[in-house]
Design a protein around this ligand. Sequence first.
Ligand SMILES: Cc1cc2nc3c(=O)[nH]c(=O)nc-3n(C[C@H](O)[C@H](O)[C@H](O)COP(=O)(O)OP(=O)(O)OC[C@H]3O[C@@H](n4cnc5c(N)ncnc54)[C@H](O)[C@@H]3O)c2cc1C
Length: 139
Amino acid sequence: MESALKGLKTELEGELYWDDMLRKLYATDASAYREMPLAVAIPKSKNDLRALITFASTNNTSLIPRTAGTSLAGQVVGGGIVVDVSKHFKNVLEVNEKDNWVNVQPGVIRDDLNRHLKPYGLYFGPETSTANRAMIGGM
Ligand SMILES: Cc1cc2nc3c(=O)[nH]c(=O)nc-3n(C[C@H](O)[C@H](O)[C@H](O)COP(=O)(O)OP(=O)(O)OC[C@H]3O[C@@H](n4cnc5c(N)ncnc54)[C@H](O)[C@@H]3O)c2cc1C
C-alpha cells in the first residue's frame, strides 16, 4: 500500500500523509472512538477529490470526509483515508437573494456563513452549540 500512496501523493496538488503523527492526530474526533486511518489527505482541488475517489475504489479502501471533526459518535473515525476539506474548501460561491439559496463549499463554518448572509436578510437555521466551528459538510 505504501507504494500506492506514494503514487497518489504525486498526483495530488494538496497534501497526503501516512506518517504516525498525522495518523494519530486524525485517529479521533470529538467522540470517544479511536481508529488509526490509513492516511490523511488535505485536498486542494476538485481534481484531487477525483483522484482520491479513484484511488479508494481501485485500492479497495474508504474515504472519510472530515470538516471540523466535532461529531460525537465516531463519524470521522475509521481505517480508510481521512479527507480533510476544512483547509481549502472554504468559499461561499453564490448567494441567490431572489430564491433564498446559497451555494457553498463544505468547509464553510456555520457562523461565518450567517455573517456572510446577514446583509441579505438570510439565515441558515441549524443551531448546533458548535456553530462557531462546525462546517456545512459535517452539518
Ligand atoms: C460540545 C459539543 C456540542 C454539540 N452540540 C450539538 C448541537 O447542539 N446540535 C447538534 O446537532 N450537534 C451538536 N454537536 C455535534 C456536532 O457539532 C455537529 O454534528 C456538527 O454539525 C458536525 O459538524 P463538523 O463540521 O464538525 O462535522 P464532522 O464531525 O467533521 O463530520 C460529521 C459527518 O459529516 C461527514 N462529512 C463531513 N464533510 C463532508 C463532506 N464534504 N461530504 C460528505 N460528508 C461529509 C463526515 O464524514 C461525518 O460523517 C456537538 C458536538 C460537541 C463536541
